[in-house]
Every structure is written in structure tokens, then in C-alpha cells.
Write a new protein. Structure first.
Length: 433
């Protein structure tokens, strides 16, 4: 089961904006429950039903199929197969969503969908009754609030930027009405969970709120990876040369591409860790290596070392050869040796680059190295859209470390190796959502 974070609060408190940003920062899946109710409200409105009438809305539920999908990290809302992500955001649908959310049958209709998403992912879910009803056992609960006037001002500016014809007074009246409806409804009314942390955002910028909530989640959920002692590399003249060459090689990569780093708090600050990433470009080892200050080592296919100049450069960068498809365990044992000596070992479980960003079939070498070395594993996701071009935006997302206890193998077997491999690979896949 993943880490569940509940973000509740009144309409216009900025929950969705903040939840999206926090999810991106931490590598979580963002679940916009308000979008689900908006989809129901939109369907009811399109059918000419009175959205306050259970008698008119409930019979429509059997004709509704609502799905949340993610495309390059962006949530898409599908209503009976139609992308309604924009249609549900108009102001008229806000009140329709509030109305249908007060109907018990509607809430029950959506409950299983929300809990199923939460059970399978590290998520942050925003709404009005997440911490009290939907996810009462959430790991973290935050109740965001702000004055009605401040919320109305934020919402007014947002809608004006989208080109909608609204007035501040209309928005303020809608917010006051929604506050009353949400807090006085008979089913799951808006209220702060007893164990939720209240955060008044009236005088805070979006960035300040995102930072505050991210810190709350980290403090409550991130467990220190300390079953093993982080090792120190013994610096030599060769490693000094490594640091210089690594910096020089990275300069053109950072000039050519727009690189963004997420999950900085998860970047290894000491040695003796396995860093496992998906594989998108020739430059992946360089980009990951530049994010990690401590010396790293890398596996590289044997053919690359046949070029004398490139071979020398790879050796300076602490790369060592591995033969694809070979059963030779020597490279894996060398990888374990690097970890034992205090290096952060960068591995690509797929073995080959993915042209379209989809994950290929992983090899079990990463499981062998991680379990034999007893080292923590830091999963990494590398994302970019389309073909790689000059100044393409590349996101490097570091996930929370996997502790040695989670991937420890008591008795070496193919089944156990596959379990560890899939645990590591699953963590990488989560970072690509």
C-alpha cells in the first residue's frame, strides 16, 4: 500500500493547485476528487436534471463512467470516454458539483474508485471529506483554509485569466454559498479531521504553501535509511581526475538541454547506494552523476570500450564493461565491490534505452547488486516529451530510497530475485506517472 495524503479544505482554498505541485515535487500521484464530482455534475446538467434533486440525479449514475488517467504527469478526466478536463472547470459546473456531492448515492458511487487509486499508489488526494470519510487512515492529513475574500480573489483572477466573464461579487457569493452547502450537508459535511494539521494560507504564496505541505508530508512519512552505514570513498588522484572530467563532460549536456531536478531531498548525500533509473538517452549517466555529489560508478556495454579514446574516458568516469546477454557474474561482483568501497552505483535495469519512454523488461542484475551489497536503492525517473531536441525539457525525478530491509533476500532464488527486481522497477515506474 502506498503513502496516502489527504488534503481537505473549503472551496477556493487552492487545494488542487497545491496538491498538483506537491505531488510533482514528491513524485506522488495527484487525485483530484473534485474533478470526479464535477464530471457527475456536468453529466447531470447536460441531461437537464436538477442537480439538487437525488430523484433526478441518482437514476443517471448507471449511465456514467468516470475515469482519471495521466498523460505525461497531467491528469485527464474522462466522462464516458470523452475528455472533459476543461468542460468541468467552468463556473456553472462548480455549483453543480457542490449540489451532487451532497447526494449520498453519488458519494457512494465514487468511493470505491477513490480508495482503489489510493491503495495502489503514493497519492495526495484533495477534497472536502478525504481525511474524515474517504481515507480516514491516511498517513498525513492537512486542512487548508483561507478567508472567503481571499479565496474569492484567487478564483476570480484564475477565471479571468482563462477568459471567463465573471465578477468578483459573483465568485464571492458562490464561495459563501458553497461553504454553507458543504458544511451543512447531511452526508460527509466539510470539517477538519481531528488528527489533521490546519494550515491558513491567507497570507502565503503558492510556493510557500507547497513547501509547507511538502515538509509536513516528509516529516511524517520519510523514514531515514539507516540499516547500513553510508561509506566514505577514499579519494585518490584518479578520483580527482574523475571529478574534473565529469564536470567538463556535463557542461555541453546542460547547455543543450533544459534540465529540471525533482525530489532533491532524496538525492544521495553519502556513498554506498544503488541508484536505479529508467534509460532514455546516451547522457543519462552524466545527468544523474551531476546530480549526485559523491563519486559514482557505472556499467557500460563492452563494445564502447573498444574505442581507445572513449574507453579511457569511460574508465576515468569509473565505468566498467558488461557483456549483454552474458551469464558472467564478474561485472555484478565488481558492481557490488564499488558499492562496498563507498561509490554510488548507477544502474539501468532495462539495459537498453527506450525510444518512446515506455519501460522495457528489466534485468535481475539490479536485484543481485542491491541484495548482496545490502545497500539502499534510490529510484530515478527520467522524463521528456517527444523526440530529444536542442533545449528539450528533461525532468530527472529522484524517489524516496528503498531501505535494505525491503529488498533483503534470505535465500537466493530466481523467485526472490524477481520480487526484489519488481519492487525496484515498480518504484521507477511510479516516478514516470
Amino acid at each position: 500500500m502506498g503513502i496516502n495524503c489527504a488534503l481537505d479544505g473549503p472551496s477556493g482554498a487552492g487545494k488542487s493547485t497545491v496538491a498538483k505541485a506537491v505531488a510533482k515535487e514528491l513524485g506522488f500521484v495527484y487525485v483530484d476528487t473534485g474533478a470526479l464530482y464535477r464530471a457527475i455534475g456536468l453529466y447531470a446538467a447536460r441531461q437537464g436534471a436538477c442537480t439538487t434533486s437525488a430523484q433526478e440525479v441518482v437514476p443517471l449514475l448507471s449511465d456514467i463512467n468516470v475515469e482519471l488517467k495521466y498523460n505525461e504527469g497531467t491528469q485527464i478526466v474522462l466522462l464516458n470516454g470523452e475528455d472533459v478536463s476543461k468542460a468541468i472547470r467552468v463556473n456553472e459546473i462548480s455549483m453543480a458539483a457542490s449540489n451532487v456531492s451532497a447526494i449520498p448515492e453519488v458519494r457512494s458511487f465514487l468511493l470505491d474508485l477513490q480508495r482503489d487509486i489510493a491503495a495502489k499508489n503514493d497519492i495526495i488526494m484533495d477534497g472536502r471529506d478525504i481525511g474524515t470519510v474517504i481515507l480516514p487512515n491516511a498517513d498525513v492529513k492537512v486542512f487548508m483554509t483561507a478567508s472567503a475574500e481571499e479565496r474569492a480573489d484567487r478564483r476570480y483572477k484564475e477565471l479571468i485569466e482563462k477568459g471567463q466573464d465573471v465578477t468578483y461579487d459573483e465568485i464571492l457569493n458562490d464561495i459563501n454559498q458553497r461553504d454553507y452547502n458543504d458544511s451543512h450537508r447531511a452526508t460527509a459535511p466539510l470539517k477538519k479531521a481531528d488528527d489533521a494539521i490546519e494550515l491558513d494560507t491567507s497570507n502565503m504564496s503558492i510556493d510557500e504553501v507547497v513547501e509547507a505541505i511538502s515538509n509536513i508530508i516528509k516529516e511524517k512519512t520519510v523514514k531515514p535509511v539507516a540499516p547500513v552505514e553510508m561509506k566514505k570513498v577514499k579519494w585518490t588522484l584518479g578520483l580527482v581526475l574523475y571529478a574534473i572530467v565529469r564536470f567538463i563532460v556535463a557542461i555541453p549536456v546542460y547547455i543543450c538541454f533544459n534540465i529540471k531536478i525533482e525530489g532533491k531531498e532524496n538525492i544521495p548525500h553519502a556513498g554506498g547506494m544503488v541508484v536505479a533509473s529508467n534509460h532514455r538517452t546516451w547522457f543519462d549517466p552524466i545527468m544523474i552523476g551531476m546530480c549526485i555529489i559523491k563519486p559514482g560508478a557505472y556499467m557500460a556495454k563492452e563494445e564502447l570500450f573498444k574505442n581507445k579514446l572513449l574507453g579511457v574516458l569511460l574508465k576515468i568516469l569509473q565505468a566498467f564493461p558488461v557483456s549483454r546477454g552474458s551469464a558472467d557474474r564478474a561485472p555484478l561482483d565488481k558492481a557490488v565491490d564499488y558499492v562496498d568501497r563507498g561509490f554510488n552505483l548507477v544502474l539501468f535495469p532495462e539495459g537498453t534505452r527506450s525510444k518512446d519512454g515506455s519501460l522495457g523488461k528489466p534485468k535481475s542484475g539490479v536485484a543481485y547488486v542491491a541484495s548482496i551489497s545490502g545497500a539502499p536503492v534510490c529510484p530515478v525517473g527520467i522524463l521528456f516529451e517527444g523526440k530529444l531536441r536542442f533545449r528539450s525539457k528533461i525532468t530527472i525525478r529522484f524517489g524516496a530510497p528503498i531501505s535494505p530491509d525491503e529488498i533483503k533476500i534470505e535465500k537466493m532464488s530466481a523467485r526472490e530475485m524477481h520480487k526484489v527486481r519488481d519492487r525496484i522497477y515498480g518504484a521507477i515506474g511510479d516516478l514516470l506517472k
